[in-house]
Design a protein around this ligand. Structure first.
Ligand SMILES: Nc1ncnc2c1ncn2[C@@H]1O[C@H](COP(=O)(O)OP(=O)(O)OP(=O)(O)O)[C@@H](O)[C@H]1O
Length: 248
């Protein structure tokens, strides 16, 4: 089944077009890296797909339009900087919020729900921080809390905006383990990703974006020198990945 169909999607800020007629569809059960230079429109694309940013043109369809209550099926891990970390709540509560689709917003979570949230924290090695205020976490710890929330949410299609940004090697391993677990459960995941060198190891599909869709497809066919040069132009050098790209 197709998890996501995007047709002719365009979006603009103050009339400046930042996404230009994107058309692609993503198969269920795939792990896609969304790659492109700063300002390419990666975050905007995710927000436009989720209805958090207005579209100028285009249509979006999830699971061939077969889902009834969409919110339970979509998971979003925003960029860390886009979240209000001063909000007075603790780690376990943030993760438990991922269960509201199942609990219902007007009912209180019970012991079973807290247990599920706690188990998700264990998976990302954050159980010992369960009662900590979220304002008192490091960047990598914040990232893991959001992943735990995505895990308990049990959505079908996930969008993650730079989950690997600024995390150490150990946290990176934890995050990739979570992504692979989601994939093994048949979930579909789109991840905005900046480190070109890890793309082939992490993602089975890649979407190359620079305002327009440069290419989308299986990583071994699409993550090529010529498509990357087309995506980054001269900036590939600045990314510090030119040697790697030449080796492809
Ligand atoms: N709220 C906004 N108002 C005006 N312009 C914006 C706004 N948000 C983003 N833009 C512009 O839209 C373009 C796409 O931005 P976007 O954040 O989607 O890119 P990105 O690929 O996610 O970048 P990065 O890799 O730097 O996170 C950029 O030129 C950016 O300056």
């Amino acid at each position: 089944m197709t998890a996501l169909t995007v047709k002719n999607l365009s979006s603009a800020y103050q009339k400046k077009i930042v996404l230009d007629s994107l058309t692609f569809s993503i198969e269920e059960g795939t792990l896609t890296g969304v790659v492109g230079p700063n300002g390419a429109g990666k975050s905007t694309m995710i927000k436009a797909i989720l209805g958090l940013q207005p579209k100028m043109t285009g249509s979006i369809e999830f699971f061939n339009g077969k889902l009834k209550k969409l919110t339970n099926h979509l998971g979003y891990v925003p960029q860390r900087g886009a979240v209000d970390w001063d909000f007075p709540t603790n780690v376990l509560d943030v993760v438990t919020m991922g269960l509201y689709g199942q609990i219902g917003w007007f009912q209180y979570p019970g012991k079973k729900h807290r247990q599920l949230a706690f188990e998700a924290l264990e998976k990302v090695n954050m159980a010992e921080y369960a009662n900590r205020q979220i304002s008192q976490l490091s960047g990598g710890q914040q990232q893991r809390v959001f992943l735990a929330r995505a895990l308990v949410q049990d959505a079908d299609l996930y969008f993650m905006d730079e989950p690997f940004a600024g995390v150490d090697a150990k946290t990176e391993k934890t995050i990739i383990a979570v992504l692979k677990e989601l994939k093994s459960k048949g979930k579909t995941v789109l991840v905005v990703h900046h480190d070109l060198q890890t793309v082939p190891a992490y993602f089975d599909h890649v979407l190359l974006l620079n305002k327009q869709l440069i290419a989308y497809g299986p990583t071994n066919e699409t993550f090529t020198k010529s498509f990357l040069k087309k995506t980054y132009g001269g900036e590939i050098h600045w990314m510090g990945s030119d040697q790697f790209v030449e080796s492809l």
